[in-house]
Design a protein around this ligand. Sequence first.
Ligand SMILES: Nc1ncnc2c1ncn2[C@@H]1O[C@H](COP(=O)(O)OP(=O)(O)O)[C@@H](O)[C@H]1O
Ligand SMILES: [Mg+2]
Length: 170
Amino acid sequence: MEFIWEAPTEAETIAFANALAQLVGPGTVLAVDGDLGAGKTRFAQAFAAAIGVPGIVNSPTYTIIKEYVGRALPFYHMDVYRLSLAEADELGLDEYFHGEGVTLVEWASIIQQILPLERLHIRIETTGPVSRKIICSPVGQKYEEWCRQLERKQLEHVTRRNRQHESKHK
Ligand SMILES: Nc1ncnc2c1ncn2[C@@H]1O[C@H](COP(=O)(O)OP(=O)(O)O)[C@@H](O)[C@H]1O
Ligand SMILES: [Mg+2]
């Protein structure tokens, strides 16, 4: 089951990150893809804030991996854009996937072969200057269930947003 979150503005990408952050636990793997400038890092920043990482989360393009301390879990932020599959393998990136924290990988498709069996693919597509389509593809039962929960959260979010919109224009 594929799940799509339409984000007509950056605030809606942040809302998606907030919804997703409610589901994560140790060993969560978020495999993020999307063209340059799609919003992978922006999404990672919103997600980090949502799980209580204090301070600034920057793009780890040159450092490959950065570790942060969240409210309840460590956060591992990777950007494998500059790596080959062999290099990623040598670096032992796969150890993070089975660690105590949440891993978010930008350009995850590059290291598809070393991703754990179960993961949530998140593809961000640019559909306009500030609009994005966020496509989630779960692999494994746990992430399939997450997508069903995200669907409910999306409905709640859209209902809440519409109500706020209505009360503003009364
Ligand atoms: N709906 C949106 N979702 C995410 N980012 C957005 C959105 N609209 C505009 N942006 C902007 O697009 C840029 C995305 O940059 P970045 O996250 O670094 O991309 P990537 O990591 O995918 O290369 C940021 O400047 C962000 O403010
Ligand atoms: Mg980036």
